[in-house]
Design a protein around this ligand. Sequence first.
Ligand SMILES: N=C(N)NCCCC[C@H](N)C(=O)O
Ligand SMILES: O=C(O)CCC(=O)C(=O)O
Ligand SMILES: [Fe+2]
Length: 317
Amino acid sequence: MPMETLPIIDFSPFLLPTSTPQERRDVAVELDQACRNAGFFYLKGHGVPRDLLDNIRQDAIDFFKTTSEEDKQRLALKSDDKARGYSKHVDAEKGSHEALDFYRPVAPTESRCGIGQGVNQWPAKPDTFRSAVETYVDRMERLGRAVIEALALALGVDVKLFVSRVDKAFWQLRTICYGGQTSPVSAKAGIGEHTDFGILTFLLADSTKGSLQVRSKTGEWMHADPIEGAFLCNLGDMLAEWTRGAYKSTAHRVIHLSNTPRVSIPFFFDPNWDAIIEPVVPSGDEETDGRYVGVRYRDRYIGAMEEALGDVEALAV
Ligand SMILES: N=C(N)NCCCC[C@H](N)C(=O)O
Ligand SMILES: O=C(O)CCC(=O)C(=O)O
Ligand SMILES: [Fe+2]
């Protein structure tokens, strides 16, 4: 592994009402540079109170540690929605993990295909889990919008345009557990190489080191270990689409070798369900022009989910 390190960005000057326009711009430029280069960065000074991070992390750890197989199966993904609830992903090659997923609730409408349509399934225990998730998500949505505003500033794009694509963000909060006793036996723990398909991912994880790896610009894998109190952020495909590839959606994977479980909690800040994401920056060269022609987020989401559901064991009806 190379000794390269990922940038650490202090976002607080962007959030403070007392900051000057220049101070805000400086943070925006720093973010812009990280998005063009590493495609991954640590975000500190994000304003999300420490107790919210601690609460959701502890509840997620407790859920995976104490919930019986039977109770997990009661929360299994429903066959229409296929998104909200408990799932076990078993892939002997890429790695296995279990997850409990929450999303922005969406009322069923006729124009909607089943995938992604439904309401969250809340575990009975820990009994603080639901409020921890709801409080956390509320703050994370605010943070997501603020980072989008900063990127709009750096890119010279109308802030209102960017914000209009995320003001009802189809967020996903995933709690994941790798390895440990609950892990599906005979399969290694992890998640295969992929890019995230949304806009921005804010990762909160336990203190386990050496499991998450990101692909650097030069193609080598490097560890992205947690920094306490900071989020590890990576860019999704929608941000690459918006910027015609100027911002990279960076590949990453998890190889979890320890017998002690690892719990991680990515918050996926994605566009509105119906948003069309079209390039907002001038075209660079003919080669990339053809690749970035605009996408409807929900089409990308449904396609990605159909692919991901291939390794899910036992879907509830
Ligand atoms: N919302 C976004 N961007 N999610 C990206 C990861 C989705 C993980 C996995 N395919 C799943 O089944 O949920
Ligand atoms: O668990 C992690 O650290 C990363 C998970 C991830 O990449 C994902 O769920 O998309
Ligand atoms: Fe990911």
